[in-house]
Design a protein around this ligand. Structure first.
Ligand code: NAD
Length: 366
């Protein structure tokens, strides 16, 4: 079989090491010759940020972090950066915090050093997102890709188990959606499957031993690969659905991804059996003899969800049956033409209905 594809590898420096974030940040600020640093961290992340910035001069702190980056918040952060003549953005926190730094970088070109404390993976992508008038807009721009990412598993031990599970499954969603996203290719599929393997091993360890560093490090490694794969492959159907649910209905990002993922897998996997088989193996449950690969992949994910007591009902997150028609219409407009199966209104309505109520995902008959 021949292989023809085009793949771009983004340039980014990654510093990985438990307990090393403060030293790595101080060295990185020096290497980048920055003298006016703006640190972005929400109030609840400030205790972690203070630890990481202890050896770094901070010109200005910005703590008004809001999920999905409302444009007004982005404008306020840009104004603070301009007022303090900032030459480096350091964001310390989850994807919302990274997203705010990206909004500043988008219009100013100021470089970012990201210190992530969740598994959202935004730090490894050149994707930005802004929300205005109930609509989340995303775009791709290399100016928002952090120059450096500093991973330190000790910063994640305070992430509660429920959030760790949801955030880790957000990472896993990056892996799964990368298998069939518009720019999927063999390289990002390989990264995605290795990311899925690492996350499937790590998350049960994190859930059982949240303060242990072994599971936390594996989870950070997996979520980084997941995000690199996602950045390269682009947004597939899963991400389009979750952007609508987050931007229009203000649902919490990570739990929404976790809840929707099994249903998108059940819809798409039967049309990509080879990838479904590799995913099932990566998740630790290869297809048995004569078992359909799609059924094996859905079962493997289901087993992981059961172990993790993962979120499974959009109804628990603030979504209602009455929201389905508007959500379905918005998803249909955004659905990628290259999805493995054509996306119909009936499919999206059924998918959202199942995700609303927590109905078990069943691979679509093909
Ligand atoms: P988040 O950043 O909103 O964090 C969730 C909560 O966890 C917050 O209250 C935060 O203060 C808290 N928290 C973070 N780290 C903690 C820690 N170590 N200990 C205790 N509490 C901690 O949630 P998220 O899921 O990380 O990020 C979601 C946002 O990121 C969304 O807006 C999403 O669109 C965006 N995102 C963007 C990309 C991208 O490529 N652009 C990728 C993934 C996510």
């Amino acid at each position: 079989m021949t292989m023809t594809f085009e793949h771009t590898t983004s340039s980014q420096r990654v510093l990985f090491g438990a307990g090393k974030a403060a030293a790595n940040l101080a060295a990185e600020v020096q290497r980048l010759e920055a003298t006016r640093v703006m640190a972005i961290a929400s109030e609840s992340e400030r205790h972690l940020a203070d630890r990481v910035c202890r050896d770094t001069d901070i010109a200005v702190w910005f703590d008004d972090v809001v999920q999905h980056v409302p444009v007004e918040t982005a404008e306020a952060a840009r104004a603070a950066a301009a007022a303090h003549d900032v030459d480096l953005l350091v964001c310390l926190g989850g994807g919302s915090t990274t997203g705010l730094a990206k909004a500043v970088a988008l219009t100013t070109g100021i470089p970012i050093v990201a210190v992530p404390t969740t598994y959202a993976g935004s730090e490894a992508t050149n994707v930005w997102g802004l929300t205005e008038a109930r609509t989340k807009t995303t775009g791709v721009d290399d100016r928002v890709l952090p120059a450096t990412v500093i991973y330190d598993a000790t910063l994640t031990v305070s992430l509660p188990v429920g959030l760790s599970v949801a955030s880790g499954l957000n990472g896993l969603a990056h892996c799964v959606d990368s298998l069939w996203a518009p720019k999927a290719d063999p390289i990002n599929q390989a990264l995605a499957l290795e990311g899925a393997r690492a996350l499937a091993l790590a998350l049960p360890v994190v859930a059982a031993d949240p303060t242990g560093l072994a599971g936390r490090e594996q989870a950070l490694y997996g979520c980084y690969l997941a995000a690199v794969a996602f950045a390269s492959a682009g947004s597939g159907l899963h991400h389009k659905i979750c952007h609508v649910l987050g931007g229009t209905f203000d649902l919490p990002h990570a739990s929404t991804h976790a809840t929707v993922l099994p249903h998108v897998l059940a819809l798409n996997a039967p049309a990509v059996p080879e990838l479904a088989g590799r995913l099932a193996a990566a998740l630790g449950r290869p297809a048995a003899d004569a078992e359909e690969p799609a059924a094996a992949a859905v079962a493997a994910l289901g087993r992981l969800y059961e172990t993790l007591s993962a979120p499974s009902r959009l109804a628990d997150l603030g979504f209602a049956e009455a929201d389905i028609p508007e959500a379905a219409a918005r998803v249909l407009k955004a659905a990628p033409a290259a999805n493995p199966v054509p996306v119909t209104e009936a499919d999206v309505t059924a998918l959202l209905t199942d995700a609303l109520t927590g109905a078990p995902p069943v691979p679509a008959a093909r």
